[in-house]
Design a protein around this ligand. Structure first.
Ligand code: MEV
Length: 305
């Protein structure tokens, strides 16, 4: 049996804009999806979504992984058990993490010899197949870890401050939200394109602020990014409630992460404010998770035989 894990992520800047080639900064967080894999006579996939065989409806990401890895190795059957600290459809990159961790586990279990770059690339192909469209960001960051400028794929300094995630517990469909932004952009290209390009500009300015650990200035820009995400229609009443609750209780900054619509926001805060910010998120109905960024991407946790 092999156990591998891959991290989720938050976007400091640039979700949605990155789909149009703009720069974004995405940061791996220490919330992981673990995949336990062992050879078997048939295909078994066990997760909170249910216990199935090869199943493109219930377990599309993992089923695609198995199909892809069957082209590289002689896989008669395999049992995959998924455990995740990442809520599904929440903007924390749960689908990227499960895809990356599953490919990595089968890569080692069957000695396929894929490099990390190839794991990231294969995971992106699968995300695109399942979601229709997806930038390579989530899968790349889940594979490599760290705080990453994309599309440049340059790792920058890790954040030294804690990250407080607020989950609205409302499922959000990345495919639908990305489609809504595309529709708005088609209707008003001269309005929406400058917004996306402004978001990209913020990511570029932010690189130096992350490097200098200037979180106050970084936070001001993150809050501007949040305003522009609202402007392109990916906010919601629940997300805004959590964002303002966090800011009003002393967070440095607070914004949506990922596709928006539902899912999660996150806040940066000084160590002394963390519990106050988490409590304020819970007081307005959110679920708070205190975490931090991580330099580690996908990794093997154990391998017995
Ligand atoms: C989803 O985590 C981030 C989006 O930018 C979509 C993508 O990059 O594929 C909304």
């Amino acid at each position: 049996m092999i156990t591998c894990s891959a991290p989720g992520k938050v976007y400091l800047f640039g979700e949605h804009a990155v789909v149009y080639g703009q720069t974004a900064i995405c940061c791996a967080v220490e919330l992981r999806t673990r995949v336990h894999a062992e050879k078997s006579d048939d295909v078994q996939i066990l997760s909170v979504l249910g216990n199935t065989g090869f199943d493109m409806d219930v377990h599309p990401y993992i089923s695609h992984v198995i199909r892809m890895m069957c082209d590289l190795a002689d896989i008669k059957g395999v049992r995959l058990h998924i455990e995740s600290e990442l809520p599904v459809g929440s903007g924390l990159g749960s689908s990227a993490a499960v895809t990356v961790a599953s490919i990595y586990a089968l890569n080692h279990l069957y000695d396929c010899g894929l490099s990390l770059d190839e794991v990231a690339k294969a995971a992106h192909v699968i995300e695109r197949k399942v979601q229709g469209s997806a930038s390579p960001t989530d899968t790349y960051v889940s594979t490599m870890g760290g705080v990453v400028m994309v599309p440049q794929r340059r790792k920058i300094s890790l954040l030294k401050c804690p990250i407080i995630i607020g989950n609205t517990n409302r499922f959000s469909s990345t495919k639908e939200l990305v489609g809504n932004v595309a529709d708005l952009r088609n209707e008003f290209p001269s309005v929406i394109d400058p917004i996306l390009s402004n978001i990209g500009q913020m990511s570029k300015l932010a690189e130096e602020l992350v490097t200098k650990h200037d979180y106050l200035t970084l936070g001001k820009l993150m809050n501007v990014n949040q305003g522009l995400l609202d402007a392109i229609g990916v906010g919601s009443f629940e997300l805004s409630s959590l964002v303002y609750a966090a800011r009003n209780s002393g967070a440095i900054s607070a914004k949506i992460t990922g596709a928006g619509g539902g899912g999660c926001m996150f806040a940066l805060a000084e160590d002394e404010e963390v519990f106050q910010v988490a409590k304020s998120i819970e007081d307005v109905g959110g679920e708070a998770i205190i975490t931090k960024n991580t330099r580690e991407g996908v990794r093997m946790e154990s391998f017995n035989g």
